[in-house]
Design a protein around this ligand. Structure first.
Ligand code: SAH
Length: 212
């Protein structure tokens, strides 16, 4: 994600009813925030939020939380929602490493990771959102039958992720190296911002689904 400092973005986020400023206070209480007991699905590293906003509009009986570490990007997601009536979507500006401070064990039903940062250097492997260190954190918030869905066009990151799933003690339920030409896995696919951009450049999109 190209970063520009968007002046005033922190203030605008603090003022938006969609942005949760003290997410730790909602740990174990997200159903109260949404006012129902519907399942909660999160996207970590949502960028400008096209994917999660579309899912929230299409599935009013599911609650969505988008997580992004940069306010300059998050503000774009908030702006997208300014003119629509949407009750089942919230945003958090935070570093994903601390996800267990924000969600209780079993509180999350599904985790989406889309076009996560590749962190190509070996010594940064544990920062990748599909590293076994991150799967351990997901284990601490995800329901027993919950799943992680991951998409990327990055070959090395995808290969690494395919290996980390079993190493973390998880199951690889399904995977494809060419999502858009996989008749079964592409059903209901919602494109992310990066997915549109990279597939237009001719890059095949890879996807895996993991569970415990
Ligand atoms: N999911 C979007 C954006 C992909 S770019 C899409 O597919 O279009 C990856 C995004 O993840 C960036 O906006 C980056 O700031 C965010 N991100 C990367 N690592 C993160 C982390 N550890 N915690 C929170 N956000 C993160």
């Amino acid at each position: 994600m190209r970063l520009r400092n968007v002046p005033g973005s922190r203030e605008a986020i603090a003022d938006s009813p969609l942005a949760i400023n003290e997410p730790k206070e909602l740990k174990g209480k997200w159903n109260e925030e949404f006012g129902n007991n519907n399942p909660i699905r999160i996207e970590i590293g949502m960028g400008k939020g096209k994917f999660i906003t579309q899912l929230a509009m299409e599935n009013p009986d599911i609650n969505y939380v988008g997580i992004e570490k940069y306010s300059s990007v998050l503000i774009r997601a908030i702006e997208k929602c300014e003119d629509i009536e949407i009750n089942n979507l919230r945003f958090i500006r935070m570093e994903a490493e601390y996800i267990q401070d924000v969600f209780e064990k079993d509180e999350v039903d599904r985790i989406y990771l889309n076009f996560s940062d590749p962190w190509p250097k070996d010594r940064h492997a544990k920062r990748r959102l599909t590293s076994k260190q991150f799967f351990e954190r997901y284990d601490g918030i995800l329901k027993k039958d919950g799943i992680v869905e991951f998409k990327t066009d990055n070959d090395l990151l995808f290969q690494f992720s395919l290996e980390q799933v079993p190493e973390a003690g998880w199951n690889l339920d399904k995977f494809t190296w060419d999502l858009h030409n996989d008749e079964e896995m592409v059903k209901g696919n919602v494109m992310t911002e990066y997915e549109s951009k990279f597939s237009a450049m001719g890059n095949p999109i890879h996807k895996l689904i993991a569970s415990r």
